[in-house]
Design a protein around this ligand. Structure first.
Ligand code: SF4
Ligand code: SF4
Length: 266
């Protein structure tokens, strides 16, 4: 009954893939919030098929932190009204739980060789979010069946500077990481950005993954791509920039990346 109520509240807002993890079973990065007994782990898919873009797919719509806060703020308010006396607090990215591991424990997907969670229906183009609650919840795990990473090496081969390897992930060699660095880049880093596909982020290891082929679009309206091609003029527009996924890094960073990409085309 309790699970059905939670499933209905989530489904009413387009969240179909979720699981429940008692706090004692969660892998933690930081100490948990006081009184938390369980986590509701959720996938928020953002895939829009066949879209031409010059920013990574997660940046083709306004900042997902703000969108997620609004979406899950409504979910938490409704849960609190259905379960009086209990608290519900949503987080994405800033959670004390190890999100990928906990999402995999709930069967929201499997962990690929690229280190990302991959769902059988939405691939790896998904944010992981969670709601910490004082409500005691039994474990609820989806069955992923035979779905698994193919260990095909396509992600490793697609990675332009060897950030992915058998030794794991090296952030210094990752275009996405470097594109989000502030200030002056080294000549090597500048070259990484000027030769990249995108001016913000990088999706190469995801685009190459066969498990990401033929995905449908997200059902979450707020994550449908609205601004896939970002120009210098758009970055200079204070309204657009303030709402964008790259606003947190400051305008100079995205303008620097655009200038480096222009260099490639000269
Ligand atoms: S995001 Fe790009 S650079 Fe980073 S690991 Fe994936 S393919 Fe490599
Ligand atoms: S590209 Fe292949 S090895 Fe890499 S995550 Fe996808 S299925 Fe796994």
């Amino acid at each position: 009954m309790m699970e059905k109520t939670i499933a209905q509240i989530l489904s009413d807002r387009g969240i179909e893939v979720f699981g429940q993890l008692p706090a004692a079973e969660a892998d933690m990065l930081k100490p948990p919030m006081e009184g938390v007994r369980a986590y509701i782990m959720m996938l928020l898919p953002y895939h829009t098929a066949g879209i031409k873009r010059n920013v990574a797919l997660f940046a083709c719509f306004p900042d997902y932190h703000a969108l997620t806060r609004k979406l899950l703020g409504e979910v938490c308010a409704e849960l609190e009204s259905r379960f009086p006396g209990e608290t519900f607090k949503a987080t994405v990215d800033s959670s004390p739980v190890a999100e990928v591991g906990c999402a995999a424990k709930c069967g929201l997907g499997v962990i690929g060789d690229n280190g990302l969670l991959i769902n059988e229906r939405y691939g790896s183009y998904c944010f992981i979010a969670e709601i910490a609650t004082t409500l005691e919840l039994p474990p609820l795990k989806r069955d992923t069946g035979a779905f698994a990473c193919l260990n095909c090496g396509a992600c490793v081969n697609a990675c332009p500077h060897g950030a992915l390897s058998a030794d794991g992930f090296d952030a210094d060699k990752c275009v996405s990481h470097v594109s989000q660095k502030k200030g002056q880049l080294t000549p090597e880093e500048e070259e990484m950005i000027s030769s990249a596909d995108f001016i913000w982020g990088c999706d190469r290891c995801q685009d190459a993954c066969p498990l990401n082929a033929g995905l449908g679009d997200t059902r979450l309206e707020c994550f449908k791509a609205t601004a896939p091609i970002v120009t210098e003029e758009m970055a200079d527009d204070p309204v657009f920039f303030k709402a964008s996924a790259f606003a947190w890094r400051g305008k100079q960073t995205i303008l620097r990346n655009i200038a480096l990409q222009k260099r490639k085309n000269q």
